[in-house]
Unconditional design. Structure first.
Lengths: 125, 185
């Protein structure tokens, strides 16, 4: 079966179910990770020719085993992953001394009033 | 005697903790030697502060020992508080189809925790809207009941942003501009 995959189908913690011209994503997690690439001689395996924009999904017992894509598409996807990693890198704003001082002052209890007479006076009880 | 504290990484782990409920009317104010004062109107308490005073009371609030998913790591030793999110037991959801939808990750306000990976008393899911701050001293020291991986935490983060509708437009814009600049180089 040949299907054209949207980019968001890449990777899953649970198996993705792929249908003709689309991916059923409800059980899939988006996984952002760079590809680990192994190079093999094509003469060693029976490798299909895949046109640009096409993906061939090999299934076994209803589960996706392997996807073959055109090398240009693969490198485009790999580059997208690298760029996605770059733009989603942590932009954490560290807790500096000024903010820490504010937290300790504003978000920690100090001397709560627990004297009944004082409470009644303040709250007009 | 100082409190025993949990060790190891906290963010991404599910642990037992004492999780407080948000103050809500009737507000119960502790007073030494007598029954707590009970006030139904927040305005009465707010007015005491609006008048320029800085009165601080001991509010009696409820809390519950429960497993939570911890979202953040304590960044400074001086500030011992983390953000967590409460869990929902699946057995509390009477509709079996809804339970199954949660298991299949079809309910975006829940994040199912696989019982094979999380040693929880019952099968549970993270309840995305149920954020709660927790003091580190209120987290159990017995270690995590399980841990979400980086990708799963990324999904939880995405769902939090979407649910609470945090406006990240300017952040996205800046990142896209940075990416565009990199590509032009």
């Amino acid at each position: 079966m040949t299907a054209f995959l949207p980019l968001e189908s890449a990777g899953s913690a649970r198996p993705c179910r792929t249908s003709w011209l689309g991916v059923v994503r409800q059980s899939c997690y988006r996984v952002g990770m760079a590809f680990r690439v192994r190079t093999k001689q094509s003469s060693k395996d029976r490798v299909p020719v895949v046109e640009p924009g096409e993906a061939i999904i090999y299934e076994r017992y209803g589960e996706e085993k392997t996807v073959a894509v055109n090398p240009n598409d693969f490198h485009r996807l790999a580059q997208l992953e690298v760029e996605l990693d770059e733009i989603s890198a942590s932009d954490h704003i560290s807790l500096d001394d000024l903010a820490l001082e504010g937290l300790l002052d504003e978000a920690r209890p100090k001397q709560p009033i627990e004297d009944a007479a004082q409470i009644e006076a303040i709250l007009g009880l | 005697m100082s409190a025993r504290l949990p060790t190891g990484r906290l963010a991404g782990t599910v642990r037992w903790a004492i999780a407080p409920f948000a103050p809500a009317p009737p507000f119960r104010i502790y007073a030494a030697g007598r029954e707590p004062y009970e006030l139904n109107d927040a305005e009465q308490l707010l007015n005491a502060s609006r008048g320029g005073g800085d009165a601080e009371f001991t509010y009696l609030i409820s809390a519950k020992a429960r497993p939570v998913l911890i979202l953040t790591e304590p960044e400074r030793s001086e500030w011992d508080e983390v953000l967590a999110v409460r869990l929902r037991r699946l057995s509390a959801i009477t509709d079996l189809q809804q339970q199954e939808r949660i298991r299949q990750h079809e309910e975006p306000l829940f994040f199912h925790l696989d019982p094979k990976r999380f040693r929880l008393p019952e099968e549970s899911a993270v309840l995305i809207p149920a954020l709660v701050p927790i003091g580190i001293g209120a987290i159990g020291t017995a270690g995590p009941l399980g841990e979400l991986n980086e990708n799963e935490m990324r999904l939880v983060g995405e769902r939090l942003i979407r649910h609470f509708d945090f406006d990240i437009r300017s952040l996205l814009e800046r990142r896209i501009r940075e990416l565009s600049r990199r590509r032009q180089r």
